[in-house]
Structure formats: structure tokens, C-alpha cells
Design a protein around this ligand. Structure first.
Ligand code: ZN
Length: 850
């Protein structure tokens, strides 16, 4: 790597982009450096940002040395220096984008939603808050990932401990996902999260770990004295409740306390230099990262990433290249950005209110909610919902009502085995949480991305066919068959997937989760390991706040929920919402009392937070990285037609374009998975600085205005095949067990009375042990045609080598500077020999005119 300045510049996507205003030798250096994957940009604008960022921490008061014989009382001191600052704060941002092709996207659980390029890069944004002695530190990291992941946190902490000792650990670092549904999948250690990604994906996981660690290292190196200001205000028209029927199950008097069935309030934490300049921002506001829908094939940070980059870009214009603005996630469980609401896309009629179905027979497939974009345009919807959060942040910060944060920095953390938590119900009786399980309505999906088959939302009873299928799964993918008491524990949720028992070849779901609080003065961040619904979050905040005040915190204490933190456990609905069994209730995996157990645990932890005592650490989660199965084929060697070179043009630019129009060019390309390019770019839009005679970079691949698409010439039908999450689960079971479950055959036999539950029991009393019983059953089911030996279809996904094309689009902004432009494509190709070689494609020069 280059020197520290160069590294820092490379880290910041925006810093990279800033180079466009600078002289052209940067570009040439950049090209040179590209060969060794270093981007050199030591330029004027950067120095400004750099000094701004680092030098305030050394603002010691200076007294004149030569006093001309005056006594100290006679001396005229210069104007007082700014106040010293209440805290030390460090901030860092780094790219975590990962693979942008061939991988499944995390969120919708649609096997066919495979990435084919890049719209917006994903980032990790880290904030370290410390007291003036730097004794106590609290670290909040907001990541443009689908969600927090246990393996990412365990590995990040391992790396931080190796470098910094115990300064940063599992107790004081919170890692919260923004829930973009358009990032790469495969970064988990539990199998259910990896069903549609064909298991673990090392490239995704490594990119997240590397990028998060780098963002925290940057924050560590950047620590400076700062003041903190907190405020809040409403963001209107940026979210709706996607399960309003479940919300109404909450008590009427409780609902009457709130104006809306989603939270409209955004909480903002502004970081100021001691002289009062705004240098960083964290906001919390609940809304799903589902503006980009399940047909999207370009990696995107969705509305949260859009809001962050809008804010950071606005600060670059003020000379603050290092500004970090996180738009973090909150209690978003039932909160959709698709503000136009759901409708039946085939008939235009409203969907069934409780089941989110259309037509007869009722199916969820056509009930889809749309955002505010024109004609449902998802790019425009992302822009609008992102801009609404950005505008609201600017507006709220300009309004009166903000408070300076004062008081200690502290943290409290506990690992909890959520499968056996005891809670006391309002009538005094005891109840427990359950081993994880997914309800039927999980498979129905949501109106942001519906499921398929005949699953509906609000299913509180199983069907005969699926009851048998669940039982079959319990026998071939579980070492211990789930007992009836387990199914009873989840009632009224009918369990479709008994994930708490599914442990072949390793755990399908977590059992140990992080319960964690961070405190900075009167702000408390409650890091929750999943998606709390609106009301679940409100209740948790109320309970934590009451406890905090009881423990001596000030009455203006503010609690924010940091959603999807540390480890993913799907949803946490209230007990009443659980009863409704919409998607969120069906995905509340530890059963009806999950929420009460969390309220209890978080409330207990407040005492530790306030008194600075260490909580019982609880059972440590296992790191099962070594067991991961990775079925996604490695990227194959690339191929070209005879006489062509990588980067040769297929479609060149036209001679000129008007501002506001679209430039589309196409190249012979290569698989972008050969180089993750973290902190770098696959493309550049360059403008000729005619005075200096040099090219400047105007846009890179992370910019909103550009799109990078990659397509393999043959076999594209594989990625567009219509598969459901259930197909994905059956395919994964086939890959694991070697047998495919033939649901149709089972149904036919069942309807003829030739197959029933008793056929799943061994009819040979001499069988001893799990393996013997399992292979006996498999043999029997193969004979009946219910199971069939499966070749591993998952590995046969891609051909050995193939020709691929890259399309680059640039939406020329209407205020774009006129001039001469060109577009570069920066790729890497893999030869049969295994060598990876960088190459560059370039369009002809073209004009941009008003
Ligand atoms: Zn979600």
C-alpha cells in the first residue's frame, strides 16, 4: 500500500471522486497505481479535508513566548481558543461492496435474483466515541449490508483484537446493517441464510470483514476532540406499515398513544469540531431497504445508501472530503418504503388486507407494493426515499431543539441463548422462548417481495401436505427429530421449517445472540439482533428509558434502536402481532415470547450500562466458519471471439450527447469477480481539461449517475429461471443429503391414501441409532418416489468458460459541464493458466452539450 494519505484517499469513494477537480497527473498516477491496485491521489482538495479532519485534536492553547518584559497579568492573550470538546470521536468509511456478479442478492430470498453489475457501492461507516481520557469507548458501525452477521462480527473482532488488544471487543462494538436487499449474499454461518446463495460465499464475507475493519481502523486513526449534538424530527412520506392488520392486534389504548403505525421520527447525532463545524452525522430512521425490488440485478445500497451519499456529497462541496454520514436502520420490521402501497398487479385491485393475496385461488404472487417512483420505477423510488431522508436530516438540523450531549461513554453486552429464555406473562404465569422455527407465512414473503406457491400471510394452521413435508425434513436434515412440545411452543405459528433442529451438515439458525447497549451521554443505542416491528421497538425503547431514568440517567435520555445488529435472527414482533402471523410474526423465530424476553434482557442490562459494571457474559457463540459449504462455482476463465481483445468496443459512444441524456457503451469484458476492487472502480467517466490538456475523472462506478452491467453470453437463462425460496431449500437439501424431495409425488400418493405420516416412521424395530433409521427411511422413500437421488445440480450452474459483455451507462446530469468526455472500462481477465491480467477499454471522445 502507499503512504497513509494515499490509503485514506483510496478508502473514501467520495475522495476518489474528488480527484476530478484536480490536475490530470492524478489520473496518470492512478493508472500506474492501478497495476498494483493502488490509487494515488495526493491533491489539494484532499489536503484540505485531511487537515480539517486531523488537526483540531491538537488545538492546545498557545501563549506568547517573548513577553517583552510584561508580567503575566499584563499580557494580552489572543482570543480564547475554542472549547476543548466534550469527547474524542473518530470516523471512517470504507468500501465493502464485494462480488457484483454471479452471486445471489441478500434479502428477498429469490434464488433467481443474481447480481449482474453495480449501481451504488456499499460502505461501512464507523464511529468511535470516547471520553476525554479515551478510557471508555463505544463503537457504532453502520454497514450497507442486508443485516448484521455473527461470522462477520466474530471475525472483525478477532482482527481488531490482534491489532489493538482489548480496546475494541464484542462488548463495545455494534455492527448494524442498513438492510439493503441489493447487496451480495453468502456472508453468514447459518445455513438458512445461505439457501438462495448456494451456501457461503467467501468473496462476500471477506469484503465485508476487510471493509468493516478498515473503517474502524480509519476511525481509530482519526480520533479528535469533538462535541456531540442530538436532535430529532419527522420524516414524512418515506415509509408505510406493510402489515397494518397485524399492527391493529396491539391494544387500542397503546396505539392511541401514537399518531402513525410506523415511526416517522428520525433521531440525529451530529458530530461537531470544538469550533462548531459539522464533521459527521449518524441518523436512525426505520424503513426497509426494499426500494429496489426483487427483479433488480445491480448491486445497490438502496435508499439508506442514497441518503448517505447525498449527504456526504453535499459536505464535499463544503470542502469536507472526509465527512461520514450514516443513515442507520431502526425498528423497521413492518416498515416499507413502498409508499404507494400494495395492489394486485394483474387486476389493479386492492389485495386481501390480511393475507396479501389476489384473485381466486388466492395467491400472494401478484400482490406487490410500489414506491413513489413514476410507473413504479425502482431507481426513482430509491432516489425519492433516499432524498426524503437526506432533506429531512438537513431540515431537522437547521431547526431549533437540539441538545448538546454530555455525560459518560459506556457499554453493556451479554450473549443470550434465546432458545430457552423464561418470561413472566402479565397474568403472572411463566412462559419460555423456543428453538428457532419459521412459520408458513415466511414462505408467503411480503408485499415488498412476495413469496410463491400457495402460501399466504396470516396462516395460523398448517396444511396436510406441508405438515408431512416438515416432518420429512425433520427426519433427514435433523440429528434429533423435533418433538411435539417444540411445535406447541410456537403456537399459533404453524412451523414450516424446524430450523432450531436442522443441524445437518451444521446449524441452520443461531441460538446465541448479542444483547447490547451503548451509551454516549444521554443517548442510549439499543443494538437489537434482528428486525423489531414498529410497536416492538416502541415498547423496548420505553422499557429501556424507564429503567435508565430509574438508574439515575437524566429525564431527557433518548433511546434509539439500532436494527439488524451483530447477528441476524429475522423478525421480532409483539406477542399480539405474533398472533396475527403475518410475515413478520411467522419470522419471529424464537416463538411468541421472543419480544418479552428481549425487553427483559435489555432492561436488565441498563443497570450495567449506567453503573459501569460488567454483565454476566453469557454463553459464547460458536464460530463455525471452518464448516461452511460453498457451492457457488469459482469464477471461470474468460473467453473472447477470435481477433478481439478484452476491453474492445462493441458499441462506441456517439459523437455528442445533450445534457440530461443517457450514454450507453458496450465492451468485450470479463467476469468482475476476478477482482473485488474495494475502494476502486470498474469504470471512469472522464472529462478533458482542455487548458491543461489532461483528463479528469468525473464519475466512477459508485456514482448514482453510472451503471455497470455484466452479462455472460450463454446460459443466461439459468439466472432467470423462476425459483422460489422453497425450491432453494429443496435444492440445498438435495445438495446436502443427495436426495431431492418430490413434493408433487408426495401429494399424489397422499391424496390416493398411499402415503401418510405413519410411513415416515421406521417399520423395522431392529434399527439402532439415528443414521440407521435415517438411511432406512430414505431407502423406503426412494422406493415410493418421494425422494430421488440428486446429482448436484447446484454445481452445474455455469459453463467452463464464456464470452461476456460489459455495458456502461452514464446518465448525463442536466447541469453537467459541457466539454469533451470519454468512458473507461477497467477490467481483469482470467486466463486458462490461472493468471489474472488487468486491462482497460476506452470509448472514443465525445461531446456533451447543453
Ligand atoms: Zn426485513
Amino acid at each position: 500500500m502507499g503512504n497513509e494519505k494515499e490509503d485514506k484517499e483510496m478508502l473514501l469513494g467520495v475522495g476518489y471522486k474528488k480527484s476530478k477537480k484536480r490536475s490530470c497527473w492524478v489520473y496518470f498516477l492512478g493508472l500506474l497505481a492501478f497495476l498494483s491496485f493502488i490509487i494515488l491521489c495526493g491533491l489539494a482538495g484532499y489536503h484540505f479535508g485531511h487537515e480539517y479532519f486531523f488537526h483540531n485534536q491538537n488545538s492546545h492553547k498557545q501563549y506568547p513566548i517573548d513577553n517583552g518584559g510584561l508580567t503575566i497579568d499584563d499580557m494580552v492573550f489572543p482570543d480564547p481558543e475554542p472549547e476543548p470538546g466534550d469527547y474524542y470521536v473518530g470516523m471512517g468509511r470504507f468500501d465493502v461492496t464485494g462480488p457484483i456478479a454471479e452471486v445471489n442478492m441478500m434479502g428477498y430470498a429469490v434464488p433467481s435474483q443474481i447480481a449482474h453489475g453495480l449501481h451504488m457501492r456499499l460502505h461501512s461507516r464507523a464511529f468511535i466515541f470516547a471520553d476525554l481520557e479515551k478510557k471508555n469507548r463505544a463503537v457504532f458501525v453502520s454497514i450497507d449490508s442486508g443485516m448484521g452477521s455473527q461470522i462477520i462480527k466474530l471475525e472483525v473482532i478477532k482482527r481488531l483484537k490482534a491489532k489493538y488488544g482489548d480496546i475494541y471487543n464484542e462488548k463495545n462494538v455494534v455492527m448494524s446493517g442498513t438492510h439493503s436487499h441489493s447487496g451480495p449474499a453468502g456472508f453468514f454461518q447459518f445455513l438458512l441464510f445461505e439457501v438462495t446463495s448456494l451456501g457461503f460465499i467467501k468473496q462476500s464475507t471477506d469484503s465485508f470483514i476487510d471493509g468493516v475493519v478498515k473503517s474502524i481502523e480509519m476511525a481509530h486513526d482519526n480520533m479528535q476532540k469533538a462535541n456531540l449534538v442530538i436532535t430529532s424530527g419527522d420524516v414524512d412520506d418515506a415509509n408505510i406499515n406493510r402489515s397494518p392488520s397485524a399492527y391493529t392486534h396491539n391494544p387500542e389504548e397503546e396505539r392511541a398513544k401514537y399518531q402513525h403505525n410506523t415511526e416517522h421520527e428520525m433521531t440525529l447525532l451530529k458530530i461537531e469540531s470544538p469550533s462548531g463545524a459539522e464533521i459527521g452525522l449518524v441518523t436512525w430512521f426505520p424503513v426497509h431497504g426494499t426500494c429496489m425490488n426483487n427483479t433488480n440485478e445491480l448491486i445497490s445500497s438502496d435508499n439508506k445508501g442514497r441518503a448517505s451519499t447525498l449527504y456526504e456529497t453535499s459536505m464535499i462541496k463544503e470542502g469536507k472530503a472526509d465527512f461520514v454520514a450514516a443513515f442507520a436502520q431502526a425498528n423497521l420490521g413492518d416498515v416499507s418504503p413502498n409508499t404507494a402501497g400494495p395492489k394486485c398487479i394483474d387486476t389493479g385491485k386492492p389485495c386481501d388486507y390480511e393475507q396479501s393475496t389476489c384473485n381466486f385461488p388466492p395467491r400472494v404472487k401478484y400482490c406487490i407494493a410500489f414506491g413513489p417512483g413514476k410507473n413504479g420505477d425502482m431507481f426513482q423510488s430509491t432516489d425519492i426515499i433516499g432524498t426524503r431522508q437526506f432533506d429531512a436530516a438537513k431540515r431537522i438540523l437547521s431547526e431549533p431543539g437540539s441538545e448538546r450531549i454530555q455525560g459518560p461513554v459506556s457499554f453493556a453486552h451479554q450473549y443470550v441463548d434465546m432458545t430457552k429464555e423464561e418470561v413472566t406473562l402479565s397474568d403472572g404465569t411463566k412462559a419460555t422462548t423456543c428453538k428457532p422455527g419459521m412459520g408458513y407465512s415466511f414462505a408467503a414473503g411480503t408485499t415488498d417481495g412476495p413469496g410463491a406457491m400457495n402460501f399466504k400471510q396470516s396462516m395460523t394452521h398448517g396444511t396436510p401436505l406441508w405438515t408431512l413435508a416438515t416432518k420429512l425434513i425433520g427426519k433427514i436434515v435433523c440429528k434429533t427429530e423435533p418433538p411435539q412440545s417444540y411445535f406447541d411452543c410456537h403456537k399459533p405459528k404453524p412451523v414450516l421449517l424446524p430450523t432450531g433442529y436442522m443441524d445437518i451438515p451444521y446449524a441452520w439458525h443461531p441460538s446465541v445472540v448479542d444483547v447490547q447497549l451503548l451509551r454516549v451521554g444521554q443517548l442510549v443505542i439499543a443494538a437489537v439482533p434482528g428486525e423489531f416491528t414498529t410497536m416492538a421497538g416502541r415498547r423496548l425503547k420505553d422499557a429501556v428509558k424507564a429503567k435508565a431514568i430509574e438508574q439515575g440517567m437524566p429525564s431527557d435520555t433518548r433511546i434509539v434502536i439500532a436494527g439488524l445488529s451483530n447477528v441476524y435472527t429475522h423478525y421480532i414482533a409483539t406477542l399480539e402481532e405474533f398472533g396475527a402471523q403475518r410475515y413478520e410474526g411467522a419470522s419471529t423465530i424464537f416463538g411468541p415470547h421472543s419480544h418479552a424476553a428481549y425487553v427483559h434482557r435489555f432492561s436488565n442490562l441498563v443497570g450495567n450500562l449506567v453503573n459501569g459494571t460488567t454483565a454476566d457474559p453469557g454463553p459464547s457463540p460458536q464460530n463455525i466458519m471452518a464448516k461452511q459449504i460453498e457451492l457457488l462455482p469459482k469464477p471461470r476463465p474468460d473467453r473472447l471471439p477470435a481477433g478481439k481483445k478484452y476491453g474492445d468496443l462493441i458499441i462506441d459512444a456517439e459523437e455528442s450527447y445533450k445534457t440530461g441524456s443517457n450514454v450507453m457503451v458496450k465492451f468485450y469484458g470479463s467476469n468482475p469477480r476476478h477482482n473485488m476492487k474495494l475502494g476502486k472502480t470498474y469504470l471512469e467517466v472522464q472529462r478533458l481539461d482542455s487548458t491543461a490538456g489532461k483528463w479528469e475523472t468525473s464519475f466512477t462506478d459508485g456514482d448514482w449517475e453510472t451503471k455497470f452491467r455484466w452479462e455472460r453470453l450463454s446460459n443466461t437463462n439459468v439466472s432467470r429461471e423462476e425459483l422460489t425460496v422453497i425450491d432453494g431449500i429443496f435444492n440445498l437439501i438435495a445438495a446436502i443429503t443427495g436426495y431431492h424431495i418430490n413434493l408433487n409425488r408426495m401429494e399424489a400418493l397422499m391424496n390416493n391414501g398411499e402415503f401418510s405420516e405413519s410411513d415416515l416412521e421406521p417399520n423395522d424395530n431392529t434399527l439402532r441409532g439415528f443414521e440407521a433409521a435415517r438411511s432406512h427411511l430414505i431407502k423406503k422413500l426412494v422406493t415410493k418416489g418421494i425422494l430421488s437421488p440428486a446429482e448436484n445440480k447446484l454445481k452445474a450452474g455455469y459453463p467452463d468458460t464464456d464470452e461476456s459483455h460489459v455495458t456502461i451507462e452514464w446518465d448525463v446530469p442536466s447541469n453537467q459541464q459541457e466539454g469533451t468526455y470519454r468512458i473507461l472500462y477497467l477490467g481483469d481477465h482470467l486466463a486458462e493458466s490461472g493468471n489474472i491480467t488487468s486491462f482497460q477499454g476506452m470509448t472514443s471522445e465525445f461531446q456533451v452539450r447543453k
